[in-house]
Design a protein around this ligand. Structure first.
Ligand code: HEC
Length: 321
């Protein structure tokens, strides 16, 4: 079984590719690149390893990437609808694409080979009815460590995000593999002008692709009163550029962010140390004003609703109704 998923160049790294494929982890230290005579030995030992099942699926089975459709706000995985599932060999059997992009971890340009995210979305879309397809405006890439990347559908339609399976002719290293999303920020520099947190779209060990909807999933962040155009614009910016960290545990909660003074918010958003700015968000002065209008409106609505509901339960003497 293990042998069926090997590529010719995996012979350079027989142990790594075997264990990468099966468990997503490396056994022992990363093997040295083998020279020709040792490749034969490598091949033999690979067969031995495959035969002795030391790389078999003892750690919970074959690695898969699943696509889900979700239209429930709780985002409870069990309620999501499984649409499509790919094993690694299936992903590797799809049409492979090569790109050269900067590696966000080292800054050097690497060669990535894999499947376009758009192809996976297209395959998944074929499995769901048109009215559900029409609801999808957000793609959430997830891994089993609880990390996620929130990619707007418009972005993945406009720019070819790669679901990489190989880097520089090898399987992916353990901190990325076996499946890693790569944004075309070197080959398509236009993407840098999109003011989205590009760096947060690079996600390691992807196991789940969720097809969902901003309003459904982050409805609690949407204003009830859409009266201020600046706040509405800020809301759109916030869900596209900020929730990927501030509603997923990668940054302070929206409540905390909205609870700061405007000065504190501005200071953070103009600072080079804010992880959002480091991940590629560029805000114009107009964007900044819009975001702060949104946060202020959000905070006010929260206060009103908290007061309203809390007062109902207080005795009259304490100000209740
Ligand atoms: C890549 C992840 C990431 C993105 C994207 C991001 N942030 Fe942050 N943000 C953080 C983290 C992490 C902190 C905490 C930094 C610290 O404490 O030094 C933070 C802090 C803040 C703070 C200060 C919070 C505090 O308690 O002091 C504000 C305000 C803020 N972010 C607003 C935003 C807005 C608005 C956006 C969207 C335009 C955004 N952030 C996008 C990760 C992110």
């Amino acid at each position: 079984m293990a042998a069926s998923v090997l590529h010719w160049y995996d012979l350079d790294y027989p142990f790594s590719s075997c264990c990468n494929v099966k468990t997503g982890t490396w056994i022992g230290r990363r093997p040295q690149k083998l020279t020709a005579p040792f490749k034969i030995l490598g091949l033999l030992s690979l067969i031995a390893v495959a035969g002795s099942l030391s790389c078999s699926s003892s750690k919970g089975g074959e690695y898969t990437v699943s696509a889900y459709f979700s239209n429930n706000p709780e985002s409870s995985d069990t309620k999501d609808l499984l649409v499509k599932k790919w094993t690694l060999p299936e992903l590797k059997a799809m049409k492979q694409v090569t790109t050269h992009e900067k590696n966000p971890l080292t800054g050097g340009v690497a060669k990535w080979v894999g499947v376009p995210l758009a192809s996976l979305i297209e395959e998944a879309f074929k499995e769901i009815p048109a009215e559900k397809r029409a609801q999808v405006d957000l793609i959430i890439l997830k891994n089993d460590e609880g990390k996620q990347a929130l990619v707007p559908l418009f972005f993945s339609n406009r720019y070819p995000i790669l679901i990489a399976l190989h880097k520089d002719r090898m399987g992916l290293p353990p901190n990325m593999g076996p499946v890693y999303s790569v944004v075309p920020w070197t080959s398509k520099p236009k993407v840098l002008g999109e003011s989205v947190p590009l760096e947060s779209y690079f996600l390691s060990k992807i196991s789940k692709i969720e097809l969902t909807n901003y309003q459904v999933r982050y409805g609690h962040l949407f204003l009830k009163r859409m009266t201020d155009p600046a706040a509405v614009r800020g809301q759109k910016l916030f869900v596209q550029s900020c929730v990927t960290c501030h509603a997923t545990g990668r940054g302070p909660t929206v409540e905390v962010v909205a609870g700061l003074t405007e000065d504190q918010q501005r200071k953070m958003l103009e600072s080079g140390t804010h992880p959002g700015n480091q991940s590629g968000i560029k805000l114009s002065p107009k964007d900044l004003r819009a975001l702060m209008s949104y946060l202020k409106a959000y905070q006010q609505e929260k206060l009103v609703s908290q007061h309203g509901s809390a007062l109902q339960f207080l005795p009259k003497s304490l100000g209740g109704s």
